[in-house]
Write a protein that binds this ligand. Structure first.
Ligand code: FAD
Length: 824
């Protein structure tokens, strides 16, 4: 007699199971009950029809009941909801959702592939108008219909998981301004924070407002507007909301018929996908799975596992030997121009399982290129690997423009077969310059991990980067690279100068070495270790990781930088024949190549010239704005095309910071220090003009007032101050404050000074008193030398407010971090 098989749910798992069943057994009687109006549709494609990327709605309808009947002799009943499983009589109760009629049907084997449903937590107002979820074709239709209706073009996505991020992108593609609100501090929970940061930056660049670490407290829908109040009390108004908060398994039928669910509501099944009732199978999102990495039961709601489970359940029903060995969450998502893919466990999941970083698991981050750097179009990939102390790979993540999915697929295969990081070093992967490098990024992950495990090298992860008295942060990049930005508090010895300067480093300190991505710093660490620096550590992922990790999520960022660029465009007349545009092609060059090329071009350019540099290095693209800020050049354009970047820079004066000649240890640029020794009026004016100018550029400025310079800060009327005879006499001979200073030259009994003051007024130059006040407001740090005060008998009561008191050490400390140090 032929078998009678009923399948509940006719999409990923259900449809896959049914067609395989038919291929296995031509005689079986197979019925699919599907409560929705469609079977076998492409739910993964729904966001892309919203964005009009998949133009045809019909393209999403992979099969119809008629086609499944004709091709596979399947009996498909859409709009039929199974409302009860009667295990005793091996029957299901089914409701025809159109007629309301209830019927019963008998089975020999029952396959439950009811999937999951989007969560709708009981947030006040969540059922109001214009608040939607996206799960099936009708959901998609309603969203599209309402997108066409709403008056404003602002939409908000709640939840930053796979579907939320895809919906956000597609709403942007449809012309909407989009905000994304997410409770945790990052989007894409399967990725670790530093990897998600790459996505944050890119989403910001594409105009998405990211509101992270903030949940929704309430919704209020009225007249084409949804008012969203977040947990921290902020209010956002939007036209349309798409909820993407998470999913829960549709397991109520199983629960009600007395079979076991796990604590997340998933159906408990064995490796044959059978429940405790051997005639009832559960597959897909509704079923729990074994995590291949740690062997524990978990829920992994993805299409790949659902399809595979469908096929395996069909084989087992047909009497074949088969079992489902588990899932490991291999997944990929498109985030505008980026691809993000991951597999296995991340740091959060490992720690939830009680594993401790450094002891039970180790991580490395690298930033290789998608293919050989010298072949056009090579793009950066940010990659992370997690493994245990034996080298067994626990997980991997990658984000980049190209070649991301293939790397994670390779790593996924290695994990599946229980491989280690040592296996990665041995993998022979296909190579030609347009596709990869002779050492593929996957091999590179293996090399880095092998270096660590064989104790050749010690690493510091970016989140553990410390900067204290016991630590030296050593930058071994080339000068031109450092001009693109640096880690605060770091010192600079380019790799090729390290050997000759090694004695300048303190062996008793921990030295954290960094370069752009971790390669030169690896060589530097080898030098240091062999020269007796036992505590030399390589910063995992180098400055690139630092820059990504410290990216400040800021929805205004893009708008601000765009408007700065717009402003710059207005200022430069590029059509003017006098403006020379110098073309620089740095495509395919890896860091520091583009920075060095730009540096060379600047050396040969004149003030006002425009340099247009074409690159494919995402690091350069990210840093060029900082470079312009620190060198005074103007970034006119910084754009990303399909296969690279174009940056246009207008050259300011020749204060381009050319520093190729610099050697040895160079302090972190940007801060300015000044020793103000003189109490001459003109010198005081000059020092405060410089201090205010630097402060307005955002630099930290420290002015150290010593000897006569202290008089600039004396009060005109200090009241009664206790002094001895000598101190009184000395004090009386010196100028009491800014108004009493004299010109260094041509003072002419005060006439010269009055003339200068008059000219300053006429020319709208601030008076010295105003300059001092402005400096205090601008945050300029004024330190008065206590030793000089003591010598000269000046008391604190005589000094104006808003200054600090210190010795030479506080000045030297500031001077170490500065690139300009003046003695006035
Ligand atoms: P489903 O495919 O969801 O099918 C379950 C079906 O059961 C539903 O049609 C439901 O109507 C029906 N049903 C439920 N209860 C009953 C009942 N009592 N009676 C009758 N019928 C019932 N995964 C990826 O791996 N990659 C992606 O890119 C991806 N993108 C996605 C995008 C979107 C918008 C969505 C919604 C999902 C996406 N997924 C993706 C997840 C993937 O689609 C699911 O993991 C997969 O479909 C699960 O298959 P399933 O058979 O368990 O459930």
């Amino acid at each position: 007699m032929s078998k009678r098989i009923i399948i509940i749910g006719g999409v990923a798992g259900g449809a896959s199971c049914a067609t395989r069943l038919r291929r296995n057994d031509e005689e079986a009687s197979i019925t699919i009950y599907e409560k929705g109006p469609y079977v076998s549709f492409a739910n993964c494609g729904l966001p892309y029809h919203i964005g009009n990327v998949i133009k045809s709605r019909d393209a999403l309808l992979i099969n119809t009941p008629e086609a499944l009947k004709n091709k596979f002799n399947l009996d498909v009943k859409i709009k039929h909801e199974v409302i009860k499983i009667d295990r005793e009589n091996k029957q299901v109760e089914v409701k025809n959702l159109e007629s309301g009629e209830i019927l019963t049907d008998s089975y020999d084997k029952l396959v439950v592939s009811t999937g999951s449903s989007p969560l709708r937590p009981p947030i006040p107002g969540i059922d109001g108008d214009n608040i939607f979820s996206l799960w099936d074709i009708p959901d998609m239709d309603v969203i599209i219909e309402n997108l066409d209706k709403v008056k404003s073009n602002h939409a908000t996505v709640i939840g930053g998981g796979f579907i939320g991020v895809e919906v956000a992108e597609n709403l942007v593609d449809r012309g909407f301004d989009v905000s994304l609100i997410e409770l945790s501090n990052q989007v894409m929970p399967p990725f670790d924070f530093e990897m998600a940061q790459v996505l944050h930056r890119h989403m910001n660049e594409k105009g998405i407002e990211l509101i992270l670490s903030n949940g929704v407290k309430s919704f209020e829908s009225s007249d084409d507007n949804v008012k969203i109040t977040t947990n921290n009390g902020e209010v956002y108004n939007t036209s349309l909301v798409v909820l993407s908060i998470g999913v829960k398994p549709n397991s109520s039928l199983i629960k009600e018929c007395g079979l076991e669910l796990n604590n997340r509501g998933g159906v408990v099944v064995d490796e044959k996908l059978q429940t405790a009732d051997k005639d009832i199978f559960a597959i897909g999102d509704v079923a729990e799975v074994i995590h291949i990495v740690n062997g524990q039961k978990t829920m992994i709601p993805l299409a790949g596992p659902a399809n595979k489970m469908g096929r395996i359940a069909a084989d087992i029903i047909a009497g074949k030997e088969a079992e489902y060995k588990g899932s490991m969450g291999a997944s990929v998502v498109k985030v505008f121009d980026l691809t993000a893919a991951c597999v296995g466990m991340n740091e959060k999941s490992l720690e939830r399982n009680g594993l401790v970083k450094g002891k039970d698991y180790i991580t490395n981050v690298i930033h290789p290129k998608s293919h050989a750097g010298y072949y056009p179009g090579a793009m950066g990939i940010d990659m992370k690997i997690l493994y245990d102390p034996t080298g067994k790979i626990l997980g991997a993540q990658a984000v980049g423009f190209e070649g991301v999915d293939k790397r994670i697929d390779v790593l996924s295969s290695v994990i599946k077969f229980g491989g280690t990081v040592y296996d990665l070093t041995e993998l022979e992967l296909c190579y030609a310059p347009p596709y990869s490098s002779a050492k593929d990024p996957v091999n590179m992950l293996g090399y880095v991990a092998e270096n660590l495990l064989t104790h050749n090298e010690s690493f510091v992860d970016i989140e553990n980067l410390e900067n204290n008295e016991d630590t030296i942060l050593l930058d071994v990049r080339k000068d031109a690279e450092r001009m693109m930005g640096a880690i605060e508090g770091s010192i600079h010895i380019p790799l090729d100068k390290l050997r000759e300067n090694v004695d300048k480093l303190d062996k008793s300190k921990k030295i954290i070495v960094f370069c752009a991505v971790g390669l030169s710093s690896h060589s530097a660490c080898r030098i240091l270790k062999q020269k007796g620096f036992d505590r030399a550590y390589n910063l995992s992922g180098g400055y690139t990781s630092y820059r990504i990790y410290n990216y400040k999520i800021n929805s205004q960022l893009k708008k601000a930088s765009v408007s700065r660029i717009e402003q710059a465009k207005e200022n430069v007349q590029e059509d003017d024949d006098n403006v020379k545009v110098i073309q620089v092609d740095a495509c395919g060059m890896q860091c520091p190549g583009p920075a060095l090329k730009l540096h060379d071009a600047i050396k040969n350019a004149k003030s006002g010239d425009v340099i247009e540099i074409q690159t494919t290095d995402s690091g350069f693209f990210a840093d060029v704005e900082g470079f312009c800020n620190s060198t005074g050049h103007t970034l006119i354009k910084n754009e990303q095309g399909n296969r690279g970047y174009v940056s246009r820079i207008r050259i300011a004066g020749k204060q381009d910071g050319s520093s190729d000649e610099q050697t040895g240890i160079v302090a972190l640029p940007h801060d300015k220090t000044m020793v103000v020794f003189s109490n001459d009026f003109d010198k005081a004016i000059a020092s405060f003009i410089i201090a205010n100018g630097a402060a307005s550029m955002g630099r930290d400025v420290t002015m150290f007032f010593t000897f006569w310079g202290i008089n600039i800060l004396r009060k005109k009327h200090a009241g009664k101050v206790r002094k001895n005879m000598v101190e009184k006499m000395f004090g009386a001979m010196m100028p009491k404050g800014s108004s009493k200073l004299k010109l260094s030259k041509m003072n002419m009994a005060g006439m010269g000074k009055s003339m200068i003051k008059g000219i300053m007024r006429k020319k709208n130059v601030l008076s010295l008193e105003e300059l001092i006040e402005t400096a205090i407001k601008n945050g300029v740090k004024m330190v008065v030398c206590t030793m000089s005060m003591d010598l000269m008998g000046i008391k604190k009561e005589e000094i104006i407010d808003g200054v600090e008191y210190g010795g030479v050490v506080s000045y030297l400390d500031a001077a170490e971090r500065s690139d300009v140090n003046l003695f006035i």
